[in-house]
Unconditional design. Structure first.
Ligand code: OAD
Length: 262
């Protein structure tokens, strides 16, 4: 009988435009805690206030002091882990699927930069990237070292707008450049590979629903059931770092030598 990995691999190879959607679960095996479920940060600390961005706008100086200077609580823990985390086999498997021409684009909700570190190039970081800063007025992004913190909040060298971390806060609109890419890629996709996301936070949670509504396939990789499980064609239960390399091996074995799916 066909295994779930084989079914998932067959679906992927039969699809024209596979897009990945990853969440915190893909980085758990890199030592980064998820938000929800067992071991989750919000499970331990509770969800942060939903109006984080409005609080930042009301007092950007305090935001800078708390985020980048004093740092305490879950944020301290999370940022310290980001700084040392390395990609795990799941990140490398997704980068290899891109290299093979099988995965056309990757939308990640993670800010940890690990997909890029593993070699993925076509990546949309819908919630930003912890290693960058962003101007809230013109949207320019900067490396941390490019912006002087002599006065806080720092201001944009291009337009004078206030600069914050690139990570998207609760209550903050998704930057329009990234949102456009995510929507375009979703609209082209006839198969979405969901890895390690509870699919709880919108707009990202809406992308798989959109693919399904247009008759596309959904494959999920997660040790536990998620809100999207009932809509998935195949649910691969287990750790992403163990399942995805098996999926890549199956796909590579089916592709002819030297062949990519493009
Ligand atoms: P969640 O923490 O909500 O969900 C993580 C998912 O990963 C769960 O379904 C877990 O079962 C699964 N998981 C745990 N270990 C895994 C493993 N080894 N392999 C595969 N899956 C595993 O994380 P997200 O869905 O990413 O937003 O959360 C979405 C957004 O909520 C985040 O981007 C963040 C948060 O608030 C912002 O920071 C703006």
């Amino acid at each position: 009988m066909e295994s779930d990995i084989e079914r998932a691999g067959r679906l992927i190879l039969a699809s024209k435009y596979v897009v990945g959607l990853t969440g915190a679960g893909v980085s758990v095996e890199s030592g980064i805690r998820p938000f929800r479920g067992p071991g989750g940060l919000w499970t331990e600390y509770g969800e942060p206030p939903m109006d984080g961005y409005q609080r930042f706008l009301a007092n950007p100086k305090e935001y800078w002091e708390e985020r980048f200077i004093k740092r305490s609580g879950y944020r301290k823990q999370l940022y310290e882990t980001f700084e040392v985390a390395k990609p795990n086999p799941a990140h490398y498997a997704l980068a290899e699927l891109e290299e093979l021409g099988v995965l056309r684009y990757l939308i990640t909700q993670n800010v940890d930069n690990l997909h890029r570190a593993a070699g993925s190039k076509k990546v949309a970081e819908i919630h930003g990237n912890f290693s960058k800063l962003r101007c809230i007025q013109c949207g320019s992004r900067y490396g941390r070292e490019e912006i002087s913190l002599e006065t806080i909040p720092p201001h944009c060298p291009r337009c004078g707008g206030i600069i914050k971390g690139d990570g998207v806060m609760f209550g903050e609109p998704i930057p329009s450049d990234i949102l456009r890419i995510c929507e375009e890629e979703t609209s082209k996709s006839d198969c979405m590979l969901l890895v390690g996301t509870s699919a709880f936070v919108y707009p990202a949670a809406g992308f798989p629903q959109e693919v399904k509504r247009r008759g596309g396939a959904l494959i999920e990789v997660d040790p536990y059931e998620t809100g999207l499980t009932p809509f998935c064609d195949v649910s691969l239960r287990g750790k992403a770092g163990e399942i995805l390399p098996q999926l890549v091996d199956y796909i590579k074995a089916k592709l002819q030598p030297g062949e990519s799916s493009t």
